[in-house]
Every structure is written in structure tokens, then in C-alpha cells.
Design a binder for this molecule. Structure first.
Ligand code: UDP
Length: 327
């Protein structure tokens, strides 16, 4: 298939582009490189540097290629930042998303696999979270993703789009070539590995007084390679609608630190800090729908395997993509 991957220089987008190319698909990566990395773009892909917020940029990407599907990753994705600068999230994620949908409509492309998030659920009434739970986002990031999901439902109804929204839980891990490199880094596993690499002295643990067994927050950590596979399955299927992507097991912050000590052999000192605003105590997926309808099974999401892959990448790229020459 001919596939347009927006945000294909970012973390999950680059890994999915790699998987698509391995599977023999023809990939165009569209990315403005504001947060992605040129070195993360697979050399087998056609690369267009462009910005979704500029309608002409995304229109031009459709010229001369008849895409079978669009995989839409390009977005801002930091909860904390979205609470400080909500306008960035509505402009880029919602406004940019609308430009993409309109370019697709103009060119008769109707299959879209959209990167959504468990942040659309807000603080869930129960866990595990299945797709029937109400979506009540508690930050502009989750709201912006829900707004695009809603737009997609209307485009399905009124413009014959065939959208799939994949609601990711906590993406993590790496492939040998591609890993997680954000600036600033706010995610748990890269921050743990920064301690191992000697780039920070101790891991800040944001709150140990939650109503969980050890007092720290519980998350569902899903390997980025397993997320990538879900996109290929969704693309090949005829389904429309939303799918949660997680393992169905939760780990607390302290449990992840303990597993990281085992994998790296480093003591990883911690420092207890106040709670981080907006962190729900427990987010765990029910991914039954993806398992049943898409035949999706996570293969690499055991927490030790995740940490081994992340550690291998960070050890080989202690400064992330800085200094990695694009091939
Ligand atoms: N966390 C932490 N220290 C860090 C980074 C994260 O204690 O340096 C905690 C965070 O408060 C949350 C969990 O680890 O409970 C996962 O955070 P992350 O930012 O990786 O993902 P999120 O669940 O916010 O999308």
C-alpha cells in the first residue's frame, strides 16, 4: 500500500514507518521536524518537510501520489505543556488535523489511522479502561485528541471516511535504530535511564501518597514495536472506530524502577517529590477489542523486555539523535 505517515520523524511514527517499510509498503513521511528528528526518518521513505498548520504544505504532499491510507501521528503530546499553552494544542493538533482531513477529502483518501490517547478518558471511573467508558479529558492535550476523534466521526458519517482511532497507553521501548528522544524529557523510562547514564543524580518520583499499593502511580507500559504492529493490523482491516492499546497490566513507578535496576545493574537512586498536577493514580487498558477484532497481541511489552530495548538504545545514543547523521 501507499501510505502517508504524518509525524514519521517522531517516536512512534518513526518506528511504525520502519515496520511499514519492512513489510513492503511505500511510505511518505511528512514532518515539520519541530519535535521529530531527521535522523529518525527511514532512508527508504520519501521525506517531505512540511507543516500541517500550513494548508498548502499538506496539500502538496498529496500531489502525484494516490495514497491508500494516512497514518496520522503528527501532534504535540505533553500534558504539562498543554496546561501552560493550550493554544499550541488546539492550533497544531486540531487546526493542523483539520487541514489534513480536508486535504484527504480533496484527494479522495478516506482511510485514516489516528494516534489517540488514553488521556481522552481523563480520570476513569474504573480500570481496566475499555472503549465504552466516557471520554472526559482533564487537559488540553487529551481534549485536542478527542476533538479530532469527534471530527473523524463526523467525516465518517458525512464524507465516507473510514477512521480508526488508536488510543495508546504508555508508549515505551525502542528498536535497535529508533528510540525516545524528547526535549525536555518528561517520561518515566528515559528519565530513569538518564540516571543510569550519569546525566542526572536521582529519579524524581512524583508522589508516593496515591491510593495504590506502594503509593506511586500505576501505568500500562506498551512497547512501541507492539504499537506499530497495531497500526499495520488496523490499516489492513476494514474496521472503523476506536481501540485501546495497552497490555492490561499496570506497573507502579517504583516497580518500573526496580525492574530497571535489574536490567541495568545500576542502583538508580530516587527522590520523592510532590505529585505532578493532572496525573491520575491508575491507568490500565482493557485491549480486548483490539485483540478480538484486529488479532493484535503485544509480544515485546514485558516490562523487562521494554527496559532492555530502551536501555540498549539509550546506551548506544546517550545524547539521543544529536550527532546521528541522517542516512
Ligand atoms: N514519573 C515520575 N518521574 C519522572 C517521570 C514520570 O515519577 O521523572 C511518573 C509520572 O508522575 C507518572 C508515571 O511516572 O505517574 C508515568 O509518567 P510519564 O510521563 O512517563 O507518562 P504519562 O502517564 O504521564 O503519559
Amino acid at each position: 500500500m501507499k501510505v502517508l505517515v504524518t509525524g514519521g520523524a517522531g517516536y512512534i511514527g518513526s518506528v511504525t514507518a520502519e515496520r511499514l517499510l519492512d513489510a513492503g509498503h511505500e511510505v511518505t513521511v511528512f514532518d515539520n521536524l519541530s519535535r521529530g528528528h531527521r535522523a529518525a526518518v527511514d532512508p527508504r521513505a520519501r521525506f517531505i518537510r512540511g507543516d500541517l498548520c500550513r494548508r498548502a504544505d499538506i496539500e502538496a504532499a498529496f500531489d502525484g501520489v494516490s495514497f491508500d491510507a494516512v497514518l496520522h501521528f503528527a501532534a504535540f503530546a505533553l500534558v504539562g505543556e498543554s496546561m501552560q499553552k493550550p493554544e499550541l494544542y488546539f492550533e497544531n493538533n486540531v487546526g493542523g488535523g483539520l487541514n489534513l482531513l480536508e486535504a484527504m477529502r480533496a484527494h479522495g483518501v478516506r482511510r485514516i489511522i489516528f494516534s489517540s490517547t488514553c488521556a481522552t478518558y481523563g480520570k476513569p471511573d474504573r480500570v481496566p479502561i475499555d472503549e465504552t467508558l466516557p471520554q472526559r479529558p482533564e487537559n488540553p492535550y487529551g481534549e485536542s485528541k478527542l476533538m479530532l476523534e469527534t471530527m473523524l466521526r463526523w467525516y465518517e458519517r458525512l464524507h465516507s471516511f473510514r477512521p480508526v482511532s488508536l488510543r495508546y497507553f504508555n508508549a515505551c521501548g525502542a528498536t535497535p535504530r529508533l528510540g525516545e528522544d524528547h526535549d525536555p524529557e518528561t517520561h518515566l523510562i528515559p528519565n530513569i535511564l538518564r540516571v543510569v547514564l550519569g546525566q542526572s543524580e536521582a529519579l524524581p518520583v512524583f508522589g508516593n501518597d496515591y491510593e495504590t499499593p506502594d503509593g506511586t502511580c500505576i501505568r500500562d507500559y506498551i512497547h512501541v514495536a507492539d504499537l506499530a504492529n497495531a497500526h499495520l493490523l488496523a490499516m489492513a482491516s476494514d474496521y472503523v472506530g476506536a481501540f485501546n492499546l495497552g497490555v492490561g497490566n499496570g506497573y507502579s513507578v517504583l516497580e518500573v524502577v526496580k525492574a530497571a535496576r535489574t536490567v541495568t545493574g545500576h542502583p538508580i537512586p530516587i527522590r520523592i517529590e510532590p505529585r505532578r498536577p493532572g496525573d491520575p493514580p491508575r491507568l490500565v487498558a482493557s485491549a480486548e477489542r483490539a485483540r478480538t477484532l484486529l488479532g493484535w497481541t503485544p509480544h515485546r511489552s514485558d516490562i523487562h523486555a521494554v527496559l532492555e530495548d530502551a536501555w540498549a538504545w539509550h546506551r548506544a545514543h546517550p545524547n539521543g539523535y544529536a550527532g546521528v547523521v541522517p542516512s
